[in-house]
Design a protein around this ligand. Structure first.
Ligand code: 13P
Length: 272
């Protein structure tokens, strides 16, 4: 990796209880403290950490992490309103920001699959997030069938067109993108499967994504692009070594402090 690295934990619908959340945070914070003291992490830590808990745990997690360097994010926000309204079950950009989130994940493949999130739905969500000053981790990636049929880059173009259209509607957002937008490339077939593309494949796709964004936001020449899908403590180093891979969006391995921090250390070391 070549720029500020990010390692982001997407906790999905985990853990089961608020007590389990506390235990995970205890472990994360105490291991980070120990690493600092023993110098087992690089002194000028280059890797930014973020966790995205379930909405129900967001306030508690944000409060607990307020005095740490770990940021907190929502996993999603309402498409219907940036603030309040009659939208049963939804949480708005304003509400998650008020709960302490500074970022939100949007367009995760599980949302696209189970909640049928469309182009217009995501266009609204992006707009609401930026209107409440949240950063956005925007997830894209092809399914197994699309991969087999060599449609990856077409799918990425279609998914990135949400950002392109947002910038047509709100050109002033272009100047915010390099700070407020992170793309997470997550091939659907690599999520939770233990299957991963080669580093070379990921690298080429990331280069394509960076060029595509520079194509419709000309001053954004190096957007942060993370890889996600079965990232673990053993394979993180190989992804971290590639200059096109600016970090990782981690699911399963983010639920244990040890593996999450091992992934962070792999990105720290690649940058040292
Ligand atoms: P896994 O790391 O469990 O494969 O999940 C990746 C993911 O979907 C992160 O958003």
């Amino acid at each position: 990796m070549s720029m500020q690295a990010w390692v982001i934990g997407n906790w999905k619908q985990n853990p089961a209880t608020s007590n389990d959340v506390s235990v995970l945070l205890d472990e994360l914070l105490s291991k980070m403290g120990t690493q600092k003291q023993t110098g087992t992490t690089t002194s000028n830590s280059q890797c930014k950490l973020m966790v995205a808990p379930s909405c129900i745990h967001l306030s508690a997690v944000s409060e607990r992490l307020a005095s740490s360097t770990i940021l907190s994010a929502a996993q999603d926000i309402s498409t219907y309103s940036a603030n309040v309204g009659a939208y049963t079950g939804d949480c708005s950009a304003q509400q998650v920001a008020d709960a302490g989130a500074t970022w939100t994940i949007l367009g995760h493949s599980e949302r696209r699959q189970y909640h049928k999130e469309s182009h217009d739905c995501l266009l609204n969500k992006l707009s609401h997030a930026f209107s409440e000053n949240l950063g956005v981790v925007f997830c894209i990636g092809e399914t197994q069938t699309q991969y087999n049929e060599h449609q990856t880059l077409d799918i990425i173009d279609a998914q990135l067109s949400v950002i392109k259209d947002l910038l047509v509607q709100q050109p002033h957002l272009i100047s915010l993108l390099s700070e407020k937008l992170i793309i997470a490339y997550e091939p659907v077939w690599a999520i939770g499967t233990g299957k991963v593309p080669t580093v070379e494949e990921v690298s080429k796709t990331h280069q394509y994504i960076k060029q595509a964004i520079a194509g419709f936001a000309s001053n954004v020449d190096n957007i942060t692009v993370l890889y996600g899908g079965s990232v673990n403590a053993s394979n993180a180093g190989s992804f971290a070594a590639d200059p096109m891979i600016d970090g990782a969006l981690v699911g399963g391995a983010s639920l244990k402090a040890e593996s999450f921090l091992a992934i962070a250390n792999a990105f720290d070391q690649a940058n040292a």
